[in-house]
Design a protein. Structure first.
Length: 518
């Protein structure tokens, strides 16, 4: 299954392993994926003398990762190839205390004080690009806290169980049998949800204020550019972010980043991290700012976990996130018929009728993709005309199972308590209302600025975007904004990068002119 080049690469990756690891496999002799699993794990085990596997008969297909003969708490009911192959490799490295995805000391401390026991199960699709982030985050938590166990389950080979658990979107995370989370997420959000559900042991660690010359909030294209430009000026820089890459990580293909003909969101995020790592920048992931305080020239930022950071200059580059319909029923049925990622969740609606709300590029692209999976796709656009590019409109209109309705306002998501059954829609011209019977609803209505707690400090417009001048300055000296969170027109990666650089240069200029005092 693995070619010689891949095996050579894995041998290098596993060269530093300290402990011995065993894939303890339990699989039915009749399981259709038995040979595939044994071949994959056999090939991986052959890459290091520290790896081995053993096989026993079981009812289904499962393997547990053992460390020096003892369970690590990590298990897989899947053949972890495709996007999840990295999850398998990192499970081994993380158990050995290695891997670039292990968080910093402050985040590790939060995981270690979670109250247990906690039994986590994540249902995934091997074609899902968002699932690995969730699986890998929960695997790391399991290696840090002995009270946590985590099992990854491939929905495709456990379909009966998926139906029984009423899973309609991936990744779906269950904590002790109770749905904890559905859809894309990051380490910080998942940790916060576990803290809220299970509580924490008392943490007696002393809180101190960490001081910097520049704090960049956000690590997407704008934030990364700000950090690099600030560091190149010799300043002490911290980047506080939920994840490096931000919204970019959710983009499958990128073909308009000048000088880079084609890349992916994952690759660009990795490149942003690598570039920042070339400089003495403190990259502090899994942080969400909850409070912003001004004390003269000092800006204090507090995170949800109580950490406090201070600097005379703050660059807000928190980007934007998917807008929701904000209608009755939507929140209740997220993950049970309401979805935001057609690439990840589309396969759950094979042969079914779905709606796409939104007629921009993302909405029409989603409709085209879903048309190849679903029996019928209904596009609902609020405005009197589609906003998507003409070439996309023509493609969608050429598909026999795609129907498009303009001037359509979504009023209510309807369900039977377990899943979505329809959507109440109003014709904005006639005023007539109707219920469209549906199996799923994909919301594609654009992005909302992640201005959060900064709205209480700096001027924002009615859309929540931070108002900036031509130099990325806000109305508060020492606070700057760049990229999609700001009022800059055209939300594009290449523009965000330029705006991030501009914000950093403006902050440095203000420092030199004495407008802000470091």
């Amino acid at each position: 299954m693995l070619d010689a080049a891949m095996k050579d690469q894995l041998s290098g990756i596993f060269a530093g392993l300290v402990s011995d690891y065993t894939f303890d496999i339990q699989v039915s002799p009749q399981h259709e994926s038995r040979s595939e699993l044994l071949e994959l794990l056999g090939d991986v085990a052959s890459c290091s003398g520290k790896l081995s596997y053993r096989v026993s008969e079981g009812e289904g297909l499962k393997f547990v990762l053992l460390k020096d003969g003892e369970p690590t708490g990590l298990s897989f009911r899947a053949v972890p190839n495709g996007h999840e192959f990295t999850s398998l490799l990192l499970a081994i490295l993380n158990s050995d205390g290695k891997g670039k995805n292990i968080p910093d000391e402050s985040i590790r401390a939060r995981v270690k004080v979670l109250n247990g026991p906690i039994k986590l199960t994540t249902y995934v699709s091997l074609t899902c690009t968002n699932c690995p982030d969730v699986v890998q985050a929960l695997n790391v938590m399991t290696t840090l806290n002995s009270g946590i166990t985590h099992e990854m389950v491939d929905g495709a080979i456990n379909q009966k169980e998926v139906e029984e658990m009423k899973v309609q979107g991936v990744p779906s995370v269950f904590a002790d049998g109770k749905l904890l989370h559905v859809g894309r997420s990051d380490f910080g959000e998942l940790l916060s949800k576990l803290e809220a559900q299970y509580g924490v042991k008392e943490n007696t660690a002393e809180r101190t204020v960490r001081n910097y010359d520049v704090i960049v909030v956000g690590a997407g294209p704008a934030g990364s550019a700000s950090a690099i430009y600030s560091a190149r000026k010799g300043l002490k820089v911290a980047v506080l972010a939920e994840r490096v890459g931000g919204q970019v990580k959710e983009t499958v293909g990128i073909e308009n980043l000048i000088s880079v003909p084609k890349t992916t969101g994952e690759q660009l995020a990795a490149d942003l991290r690598a570039h920042m790592n070339d400089y003495p920048v403190d990259i502090l992931e899994h942080r969400r700012i909850e409070k912003v305080e001004l004390n003269g020239s000092e800006k204090r930022l507090s995170t949800a976990s109580g950490e406090v950071f201070s600097a005379p200059a703050v660059i807000v580059a928190t980007g934007a996130s998917w807008r929701k319909l904000n209608v009755p029923g939507e929140a209740e049925y997220i993950g049970r018929g309401v979805a935001f990622c057609p690439h990840c969740d589309g396969p759950f609606y094979k042969g079914k009728h779905v709606a796409v709300v939104g007629g921009g590029n993302s909405g029409i692209e989603a409709a085209i993709d879903l048309a190849g999976i679903c029996s019928r796709v209904t596009v609902l656009e609020f405005m009197d005309e589609l906003k998507a590019d003409k070439v996309l409109q023509e493609k969608a209109k050429s598909l026999p199972n795609v129907e498009i309705f303009l001037s359509s306002q979504s009023l209510e998501v309807i369900g039977n308590g377990e899943k979505v059954t329809g959507l109440r829609v109003k014709d904005r011209k006639s005023g007539a209302e109707r219920v469209i019977d549906l199996d799923g609803i994909f919301v594609q209505i654009g992005l909302a600025a992640n201005s959060g707690p900064f709205r209480e400090v700096v001027e924002t417009n009615k859309q929540g975007e931070i108002v900036i001048d031509a130099h990325c300055r806000t109305n508060v000296p020492g606070i700057y904004a760049a990229g999609d969170v700001s009022t800059v027109p055209y939300k594009q990666i290449v523009i965000a990068m330029g705006e991030g650089a501009k914000a950093a240069l403006s902050a440095f200029e203000d420092r030199m002119r004495g407008i802000i005092v470091g």
